[in-house]
Design a protein around this ligand. Sequence first.
Ligand code: GAR
Length: 194
Amino acid sequence: MKNIVILISGGGSNMAAIVRAAEHERWAARFDARVAAVISNKADAAGLALARERGIATAVVPHRDFANREDFDRALAAAVDAHAPALVVLAGFMRILTPGFVGRYAGRLINIHPSLLPAFPGLNTHQRAIDAGCKVAGLTVHQVTAELDHGPILAQAVVPVFADDTATSLAERVLVHEHRVYPAAIAAWLGETK
Ligand code: GAR
């Protein structure tokens, strides 16, 4: 069985979309894969309750408990490794990972970022796209490498930016597509690594 471990920091709507897709699209039967665990760096991440309701194992590794990134990442890796992951999925996980962590999961660590990378890595992507006068925005699913929000692109989707958009309205429009594209990219990855 290929275990998928999802890392979240907040609402977990992408995680929920992945869990739904795994059920509806029968990933267990088709890819011998399942969402084995959801891990958060924040105890109050809303997505944790959602995962528990679905009977998925959860864990919290609070980054504030650790003196530095290396120590946090070591504890996080231990929590992840407890589920022997074939694939580690960052879904709104808002911590920068050390090269050591990234290297440990090379080729099996993916992220979704709410911009058309390489444009707008980092935070506040939607406001920055609006401020730059972009006519389109979007999302990118990519393999994680040591450089933040870089790495080989697996999937992208483009959405229009409207004249009256705010960061909030644009984020909502992009998120709808995140929920479609991220599960599809994971299913494609699982299909290719059968
Ligand atoms: C999503 O829009 C995701 O692309 C973004 O955070 C949101 C999480 O929402 N991720 C990043 O900005 C990563 N740098 P969710 O918790 O509801 O899935």
